[in-house]
Design a protein around this ligand. Structure first.
Ligand SMILES: C[S@@+](CC[C@H](N)C(=O)[O-])C[C@H]1O[C@@H](n2cnc3c(N)ncnc32)[C@H](O)[C@@H]1O
Length: 318
C-alpha cells in the first residue's frame, strides 16, 4: 500500500527520510482490523475502472472517468464509509462528504505562501482531499499523515481512479512518529490541535519539521475571548470525544509565540455552519451532524452548553 510513495520520495527533498517513513508506516499497517478485507475488496473493485484525470472544480475534486451507471461505483465507495472529507465528483457520481472542504480551502488559500515547487506536510490529512488540493497547487511533493487506517484506504480508493496522480501521498503516521528533521517548506495542521492533550508539544513538533522561514498553516477550534482565555471541556464538546483545548485567538497567539513562531497572523475566524458540515448519504448510519451537536433553542451554544464551534486560521513562520 505504501510502496508507491517511495519512487517519488527518493527524488524529493524528503529522500533522507523515505526509508524511515516507510518502516514506521509498515508497523502501523500490521494491525488486526476486521474491516481491512472489506476495504481492500472495495479498492480491487475500483481497479476495474478506466482511470480519469483529476482537477479541482469547486467544491469538487473532480475525476473525469466515464462510468455510465453510477450504482456499482457507489456500492464500492460505500464500503469505505463514513466519508467525512471531500467532496469528490467521480464521473457522474457526486460523493458529497459530511464536510464541504472547499469552504475551508477558500478561507485558507488566499493567505498562504504559494505552494509551487514546495515540500508540503499535511498533518491529520484524513482522506487527502486537501492533500490533493495542495499537490494540484504545484507542490513538488505533498505528504499527508493520517493514523486512522480507514482514511488511508479512502485516499487509496480515490488514487486508484486517477490517471497520472499528482504528487500527493498519505502514510499511516502520527505527527509524533515523524523523523525530527526540518525538511518541509509548508506544514498544515488543520482540525488537529484540539485533539491533542499537550497543545504546546504539538506546536513544537510542527515547528521542528519546518525549514527556517518555512510556513505553518494552523486551523483549529477557538472561542471568543468573552468566554475566557481557554476552555478545557470536562466531557464531550459538540458530541466529540477527545477535545482537549479551546483557546481564544489571543491565547493561541501566545502559544505560537511561546514555541518560537514569528510573523504570526490571524487570517480568518468563521462559525461552522450547516452548509459546511452537513448530514449526507455518505456518512453512513450515524446521520448526526452539526445541527444535532448544537443546542436546539440556541445555535450559539453546543448541546453541552459550551460556545458553538468557531474555527480560526493562523499563518506564521519558523
Ligand atoms: C478533524 S480531522 C481534520 C481533517 C482535515 N485536516 C481537515 O482539516 O478537514 C482530524 C484528523 O487528524 C487526525 N489526527 C489526530 N491526531 C493526529 C496526530 N497526532 N497526528 C496526525 N494526525 C492526527 C485524525 O485521525 C483526523 O483524521
Amino acid at each position: 500500500m505504501v510502496s508507491y510513495f517511495k519512487k517519488q520520495c527518493v527524488q524529493s527533498k524528503l529522500s533522507s527520510i523515505c526509508d524511515e517513513l516507510l518502516d514506521i508506516s509498515k508497523q502501523t499497517l500490521i494491525v488486526n482490523n476486521g474491516n481491512i478485507s472489506k476495504w481492500e475488496n472495495a479498492i480491487n473493485e475500483l481497479k476495474k475502472y478506466d482511470k480519469g484525470t483529476v482537477n479541482y472544480q469547486p467544491p469538487y475534486l473532480n475525476i473525469n472517468i466515464s462510468n455510465g451507471n453510477i450504482k456499482p461505483l457507489q456500492q464500492s465507495l460505500k464500503k469505505l464509509i463514513p466519508w467525512r472529507k471531500g467532496p469528490y465528483q467521480i464521473g457522474n457520481l457526486q460523493l458529497n462528504s459530511e464536510w464541504c472542504g472547499s469552504m475551508k480551502w477558500d478561507r485558507i488559500s488566499p493567505h498562504i505562501q504559494p505552494l509551487k515547487d514546495k515540500t508540503v506536510l499535511d498533518v491529520g490529512s484524513n482522506n487527502g482531499y486537501f492533500t490533493y488540493l495542495m499537490a494540484l497547487s504545484g507542490a513538488q511533493i505533498t505528504l499527508g499523515i493520517e493514523p486512522f487506517l480507514l482514511f488511508n484506504y479512502q485516499f487509496m480508493a480515490i488514487r486508484t481512479l486517477i490517471k497520472n496522480p499528482p504528487n500527493a501521498f498519505i502514510l499511516p503516521l502520527k505527527l509524533e512518529q515523524m523523523p525530527k528533521e526540518a525538511l518541509f517548506d509548508t506544514v498544515f495542521s488543520m482540525g488537529v490541535l484540539y485533539h491533542q492533550k499537550d497543545h504546546l508539544l504539538h506546536l513544537q513538533q510542527l515547528r521542528t519539521l519546518l525549514v527556517n522561514d518555512g510556513e505553518l498553516v494552523l486551523e483549529t477550534l477557538i472561542i471568543n475571548k468573552k468566554y475566557g482565555k481557554q476552555i478545557i471541556p470536562k466531557g464531550r464538546y459538540a458530541k466529540m470525544r477527545n477535545v482537549w483545548c479551546l483557546p481564544s485567538t489571543n491565547t493561541l497567539y501566545t502559544w505560537l509565540k511561546k514555541v518560537g513562531f514569528k510573523n504570526i497572523k490571524l487570517v480568518n475566524v468563521t462559525k461552522t455552519t450547516p452548509e459546511e458540515q452537513r448530514t449526507t448519504y455518505w456518512i453512513g448510519d450515524n446521520t448526526q451532524s452539526i445541527k444535532d451537536f448544537l443546542d436546539y433553542n440556541d445555535d450559539n451554544l453546543t448541546i453541552e452548553g459550551l460556545p458553538a464551534p468557531h474555527r480560526a486560521i493562523f499563518t506564521c513562520s519558523k
